[in-house]
Design a protein around this ligand. Structure first.
Ligand SMILES: *[C@@H]1O[C@H](CO)[C@@H](O)[C@H](O)[C@H]1NC(C)=O
Ligand SMILES: *[C@@H]1O[C@H](CO)[C@@H](O)[C@H](O)[C@H]1NC(C)=O
Ligand SMILES: *[C@@H]1O[C@H](CO)[C@@H](O)[C@H](O)[C@H]1NC(C)=O
Length: 656
């Protein structure tokens, strides 16, 4: 009863579906139990101390009254808790997201001159910009960068590092890249040239070549330094909340927007970096947790101790944890992408993602280590940089004669996904059942055992002027007959051991033939899911004329730039909104339980999001934008690692 009451109280929106009968039975049973309890208590009191009869006589009236009051309140709540909605939540979310995006562009693109950019930097970050900011500004404007002011993600990433001395940052970088076991590769910048440090495994050579190419464009403006890059997909550094919050506060206090500063890095920086030894060192600051649960030791340590992620365990993942989804959902739809990435209110993700269940390679630390990663989950302190995967066009949008990108109208209106079971490793303990990729494919597979899924359908009471919608639970086989989906694993089951290989092969059979990546453009709706790290396909999806649906735990460098529901369609990691969201865009045509439905899809909206996302990506997620972002990260990093960091920066165009 407590849970249903709390739910009715907190969720005026009627999702998930809870029948009124269920609620009423729960309430009545609880009341009945209370009455019985008080009577039994009274009787036992009676026999113990026959003199205390007066208490017994007085309490029940009060108790009965209270109970009656509670039942009344509960019924009132249920009566008010209407099961119908008058508008589709996604309509509202799309409208809200437009305002949000307008507000973002308004503040991120304001500066039109170096002076304004300088002023803006000082107001935002309360310090002077780093040395060579003018060179950065020139670089960005020459490449017509739309975003000049809003680089808050860099600020968020770097704040804790102001509490480390330049020497500590240098030592920790050296420790990381001097031992190949750490899976961290070094790059060193000397006299404006970039070089790859020794001990890099050949399989990851392409990544460093990409980085060298990217940094090469602006290396002449960077000071001498060594950098450590994470070669694994999984993120690394999670400093506990209790330690990192004071560090952030201290970082915010760094610098002074009115200080007079030198627009140059300190000389003789090269000598300060200890050379990487020919013979690798054998000590490491990292602990390995590959194939193990990482949520408790790493995933949630960045959350406040009182938050559900740290104070609660949720083992049952068979039912939807509504307290976990409510803060970032509106009914069945995901309403706040930023908040959805915050795991502190979501203890259930511990069992819902490969990173937390059983990562393939996890070497992490609770000490603030200076490492650059392509993506990270909430609570990790890695410094984000634009992935070389996208920069080097490892997955690229390149339609051809053979695989064209047709106009929206000519695309196949199917939700499409192909991929491998590479999100995490399932060594035999059934871990695969919790992984996002497996769960989504399972939700849509023809031989699925998954329970009914809700979608919103018009009720018989609807009129044209007053549409009424109702959540309706449908079995996956009915849904599949109404809405086309094609989500499949390709060729063979990877990263498994013991019985998990056979189990998955049976569950996901038949596996799809490998297909050309460019074949995606034939479909209207492209699903994008995390792998072991971020999904490298998302940017190509965005550049295409198709509409990307994205469910992700990992966040990348561009996260502030895109707005969910304006540029792409967000889905909850749990997948509960997948069918309903698809139904919103694709429409529902068919007979369900004797009633025939002809609900028109919001095709125009779908096409518009696909087009707006494509146009926006063409402006702010180009290769040039990756360089501009990285340039700015490394200028800040140059100042952080400078012995004279208090006294250097850029204070104006007239600087000597
Ligand atoms: C843009 O920002 C300015 C200054 O903060 C504000 O006055 C204006 O209302 C904003 N415009 C929009 C469309 O948000
Ligand atoms: C989404 O959540 C973030 C973080 O709690 C909050 O700052 C932001 O205002 C929310 N956005 C909307 C549109 O509600
Ligand atoms: C659309 O794609 C689905 C799944 O890939 C396929 O079964 C179907 O035949 C395609 N429809 C058309 C009209 O090509």
């Amino acid at each position: 009863m407590t849970s249903t009451t709390a739910f009715a109280w907190a969720h005026p929106h009627p999702f998930p579906i809870r029948s009124a009968g269920y609620g009423f039975t729960a309430a009545s049973l609880a009341m009945f139990a209370l009455i019985v309890y008080f009577n039994v208590e009274a009787v036992s009191n009676d026999s113990d101390r026959s003199s205390s009869k007066t208490t017994f006589a007085r309490v029940p009236t009060l108790v009965y009254l209270t109970i009656l009051l509670l039942l009344g309140l509960r019924t009132a709540l249920w009566v008010q808790h209407d099961s119908l909605v008058t508008y589709h939540p996604i309509d509202l979310l799309i409208w809200e997201a437009k305002q949000q995006h307008d507000a973002y562009t308004n503040q991120s693109t304001r500066s039109t001159s170096l002076d304004e950019a300088l002023q803006n930097y000082r107001t935002r970050y309360n310090r002077q910009p780093p040395p060579n900011f003018d060179k950065w500004y020139e670089y960005a404007t020459e490449r017509t960068s739309l975003i000049i002011d809003d680089f808050d993600s860099i600020e968020r990433d770097l704040l804790p590092f102001y509490t480390l001395s330049p020497e500590e940052i240098r030592e920790r970088t050296w420790e990381l890249i001097s031992n190949p076991w750490n899976d961290a590769a070094g790059l060193s910048i000397r006299d404006g040239k970039v070089e790859i440090s020794p001990h890099v495994v050949p399989t990851h050579r392409w990544m460093l070549d990409g980085l060298v190419e990217m940094i090469g464009f602006f290396a002449e403006w960077l000071p001498d330094m060594d950098l450590a890059f994470n070669l694994n997909d999984e993120c690394r550094v999670a400093v506990p909340y209790e330690a990192v919050e004071p560090m952030r506060a201290q970082g915010r206090a760094f610098g002074d927007p009115t200080a007079s500063v030198r627009n140059t890095f300190s000389p003789d920086r090269a000598a300060q970096w200890t050379p990487i030894p020919e013979e690798p060192i054998t000590t490491t600051p990292l602990t390995e947790l590959s194939f193990q649960r990482t949520f408790q030791p790493f995933g949630s340590v960045g959350c406040p101790p009182s938050s559900p992620a740290r104070s609660q365990n949720r083992w049952s993942v068979a039912s939807l944890c509504t307290t976990c989804t409510a803060p970032h959902s509106h009914g069945i739809a995901l309403s706040n992408w930023t908040l959805a990435g915050n795991i502190c209110h979501q203890p259930d993700v511990a069992s819902l993602h490969g990173l937390y269940l059983s990562p393939a390679a996890f070497k992490g630390s609770h000490t603030l280590l200076p490492i650059f990663s392509q993506s990270k989950a909430h609570g990790f302190n890695d410094v984000l940089y634009p992935s070389a995967w996208n920069y080097m066009d490892k997955a690229v949008y390149r339609p051809s004669e053979e695989y064209p990108d047709p106009d929206w109208k000519s695309k196949n209106a199917t939700l499409f996904w192909r991929g491998a079971t590479s999100e995490g490793v399932s060594p035999g303990g059934g871990q695969w059942k919790g992984m996002t990729r497996q769960r989504f494919v399972h939700l849509a597979s023809p031989n699925t055992t998954s329970p009914s899924q809700a979608i919103l359908l018009p009720t018989s009471k609807s009129t044209n002027t007053a549409p009424r919608l109702q959540y309706t639970s449908l079995s996956p086989s009915v849904l599949r007959s109404l809405l086309p989906v094609d989500l499949q694993f390709v060729s063979s089951i990877l990263r498994c051991g013991g019985r998990d290989c056979g189990d998955q092969a049976a569950e996901f059979a038949p596996l799809a033939e490998p297909s050309d990546f460019q074949g995606h453009w034939g479909y209207k709706y492209l699903l994008d899911l995390d792998g072991a790290g971020f999904s490298g396909r998302f940017l190509p999806f965005l550049h295409s004329k198709s509409l990307p649906f994205k469910a992700a735990l990992f966040r990348e460098w561009w996260d502030d730039r895109l707005t969910a529901w304006v540029h792409f369609v967000p889905l909850d990691l749990r997948g509960q909104g997948m069918w309903a969201t698809l139904a919103y865009f694709a429409g529902v045509n068919g007979t369900i339980g004797g009633r025939s439905f002809d609900v028109e899809g919001r095709d125009v909206e779908g096409e518009r999001i696909a087009r707006v996302g494509r146009e926006w990506a063409g402006k702010v997620l180009r290769r040039e934008d990756m360089e501009i972002y990285f340039f700015r990260v490394l200028l800040e990093w140059g100042r952080l690692t400078d012995e004279g960091r208090e006294g250097i920066g850029f204070s104006g165009a007239d600087d000597p």
